[in-house]
Write a protein that binds this ligand. Structure first.
Ligand code: ADP
Length: 232
């Protein structure tokens, strides 16, 4: 890591505003939301359904643009960047995990984890090596040839996590990643995420309804009237 890189947040959301207009109604979902995500820190985003958690994650992940405010990645403002540059940052600096695994069904676990690296332009042999290592690290060393349908829910979600970190992102954003799993499996998948934060110093933001899991993270925030508030 370059010198001083840990002095600035990996992702910083500044005064984010997001509204959705449907017909005559305008819903203000985010209204001046501010949040800093730091290297090596896990943050739980705990708020009721409809509060704007997914919206915040999508904006932090440059999947959606705010109506106002700025998203800084590694200290660089992103609003003025071209689509190509934003896509590049998304590919290299940000990993995303969804509630459902969204793996490609016709590809093996290994191929699913190789793909983001190949899109980034790495050599096939390198992607095989790295994908194999990450899957083994997440306890899936004997499942690499399996297709998603041949894996359990927890295994599928761990492959999705492996895919999200395949390009060694600086931020990992997860939208209810254990929401579809039974408590034991959720615990296992959550453990894998926490292990990654400590091992890779990725900055992690996880939207969750699970207060027990949130309690095991470094920091907890919520959304109240469109603003981020610190809990505890
Ligand atoms: P959460 O993840 O906390 O459940 P969301 O961010 O998904 O909340 O949604 C927040 C609110 O914004 C909800 O009321 C939802 O209906 C609305 N919303 C989200 N996306 C859109 C959209 N693309 N168009 C219109 N309304 C939306």
């Amino acid at each position: 890591m370059e010198q001083g890189a840990e002095d600035v947040p990996v992702v910083y959301l500044h005064e984010i505003k997001r509204q959705y207009t449907q017909g005559a109604t305008t819903l203000t979902i985010l209204n001046g939301a501010k949040l800093a995500l730091w290297a090596g820190q896990s943050v739980a985003l705990v708020a009721p359904s409809g509060a704007g958690k997914s919206t915040l994650l999508h904006i932090a992940g440059l999947l959606e643009s705010p109506d106002d405010g700025e998203v800084y990645v590694g200290g660089t403002p992103t609003s003025g960047l071209s689509d190509i540059d934003r896509t590049q940052i998304r590919r290299t600096d940000i990993g995303f995990v969804y509630q459902s695994h969204r793996l490609l069904p016709e590809f093996s676990a290994l191929e699913n984890v190789m793909l983001p690296q190949m899109i980034r332009g790495l050599k096939r042999s390198e992607t095989v090596k790295r994908a194999t290592e990450i899957l083994a690290y997440l306890g899936l060393g004997d499942r690499i040839k399996h297709r998603p349908a041949e894996l359990s829910g927890g295994e599928q979600q761990r492959v999705a996590i492996a895919r999200a970190v395949a390009n060694a992102p600086r931020a990992l954003l997860a939208d209810e990643p254990t929401g579809n799993l039974d408590p034991n499996t959720a615990d296992h998948v959550f453990g894998a995420l926490m292990q990654l934060v400590k091992a890779t110093r990725v900055a992690m933001l996880i939207a969750t309804h699970n207060m027990e899991l949130a309690g095991r993270m470094d920091r907890r925030v919520s959304l109240v009237d469109g603003e981020v508030v610190e809990l505890d």
